[in-house]
Design a protein around this ligand. Sequence first.
Ligand SMILES: Cc1ncc(COP(=O)(O)O)c(C=O)c1O
Length: 724
Amino acid sequence: MINPRKRLLITGVSGLLGNNLARYFKDKHEILGLYNFHPVVIRGITSEKCSILGLDSLKKIIHEFEPSIIIHCASLANVDECELNKDLTKKVNVLATKNLVNSIVDRDIKLIYISTDSVYDGIKGAFSENDNINPLNYYGLSKYEGELEVAKKENSLVFRTNIFGWNIQDKRSIGEWILGELGAGRRINCFRDAYFSSIYTFEFARVIDIAIQRDLSGVYNCGASDSCSKYEFAHKIADYFGLDKASIKPISIDDFNFKAKRGKKLTLNVNRLQKELDYRLSTIEQSVEAFYKDYRCGLPEKIKQDTLAVYEKPVYISYGRQWIDENDIQSVTGILRSPWITQGPRVEKFENALSEYCKVKYTVAVNSGTSALHLACLASGINEGDEVITSPITFVASANCAAYCGARPVFGDIDLKTYNITPREIEKKINRQTGAVIPVHFAGQSCNMEPIYEIVKNKEKEFNRKIFIIEDACHALGSLYKNKPVGSCKFSDMAVTSFHPVKHITTGEGGAVLTNDEALYKKLKRLRSHGITSTPEEFIGVLTPNSKLQTLNSLPWYYEQIDLGYNYRITDIQCALGLSQFKRLDEFRKRRREIVNFYNMEFKGIELIQTPFESEDCDSNFHLYVLLLDFDRIGIERGQFMTGLKQQGIQTQVHYIPVYTHPFYRQKFRTNWGDCPNAENYYSKCLSIPLYPAMSDGNVEKVVNEILNMATSVEVSDKVKRAK
Ligand SMILES: Cc1ncc(COP(=O)(O)O)c(C=O)c1O
């Protein structure tokens, strides 16, 4: 075999180089990536938390993984922060390196250490490896001290370098920074008198690959085969990406008050490396071209997509939460620089995207799911004396919207399998007062809409009144019912959704009403904004006998308030976020499903734990994963169970307290415990466990283990066992 698979241990796998190396090598070698402060899960490689400062844990990992090569990328590299935080820098850049060397000193493991061009002083430029070491700042010094530790390990290899590439974290390499700033229309200042020989990470990976094959050892500069100033570098990036070069302002490094001193000519002579490897390193121009080509192929996106979790705090796993990435942030900041931050074009774009996705004619986006429900009730003409039927197992907003209009919320009991209101209960509760029915697609599973629709249509005939069907789809964006998207309104007048951060996509706060009915659409749009219209065809007021003509021709400011509406408008800032999140809706959905499949498999057959049922008619997007736990038989109260999990860093939640049991409902509508027995039975056992797309596999496993631990380690544990 020319190229046998090796075991590669990469430290600093959450950093730019560590991550890009893991990506480059993952198909060639078996990789274990270590991170410390920034947990990360990368598709195709194994990653593990390990502080290299802990000798025992490091030795254990090395003993178990048995790497033949270690690429040591982990370091603190922010030059100014290193200057301010010398103790920590010493620990991470020197002592951790010393530890690593000590843990492998008598083993046959190749150590590759990533050092920096900052070990040189940057005065004469074109430094070769034999030139004086004279770092101007603590970062450079600490990395050099790291080199001295590495030199104690036989056959080790050191690269002095300066890199740019595609990050997985919020940090940006110089290339990403220039692209991000110019791309967003901002001006940037770049040093015309600071020179470097930066190398693109994936070219560096290729060099390391060849060095491994040749078993290279010693100290080498590794950079571009030429150099340029940072100002020239910004021009090259702008050229390739078609950005505005006039926005790049040349400045002098002397005008900048850095905490740490910097060299001006940190350029590298790479002849030694080229000769040893018989390899021609790229020029900076070629590196920028490669950076650009990878961008065009979608590499930055792929890198982020393959990174399932970064910065996920291992200490706290919430039951649900948003996943915001750099693209989302850029979309929002882009809008902040545009003329429209509210009532602008993004709102309509977001509405159109929703309409298209849900295969519905019209969407009216608003500032919350609650506002959307309120508007849907108002547009349905719900009023005092009306009744509105909904589910008790929902968030209070599904019923409050009726109360806002002076109507009486009426609760129909749920099905014990789907936890949704049943058609039969709706039929039982419907009467002459019923103005609307609000089925709630709990946790993402659609209600059985077809029979609900038929019942309502029959009752409309019987009572000779319109009864609106408003789907509360706040949990169900992306779900299907009978192969049609929830929100398509095939069996309803309107559907309502929410973009709260725990939902499938977020706009911070936000919601929408979807409908196929043009009249409802127009009404919803007016009600969203004070009941005002500026559309002449909708004017009803009479200013003069010729008002319509006047309005059109000579009263350009004119508008009319024709309903009592609200300010429920959503902003362009929110919609920009929504549009950006929308692109990942299907990916989010897929990841939720992966986690659900894992949970289903792990909890299957465990007595006293019931996993969610999935109806054949529905393809759920799984907004929530609700377990039913027989707390009585397990022998622990739910509160204690939740606290126990919380102590392990896991948040769980109860969805929901039956709405009619809240004091407001009991007092105002004379509802009471006992009204819906199935809902109360469900409520006594339900527990929503963490489920969100950014959850790492490690955290999913942790949730399973801790729940099984809790459910099986309590007193009557003999009753809780796997059936298999
Ligand atoms: C079923 C249901 N309906 C309505 C709402 C209200 O949505 P929002 O929080 O966007 O106002 C929620 C929110 O959690 C919900 O879960």
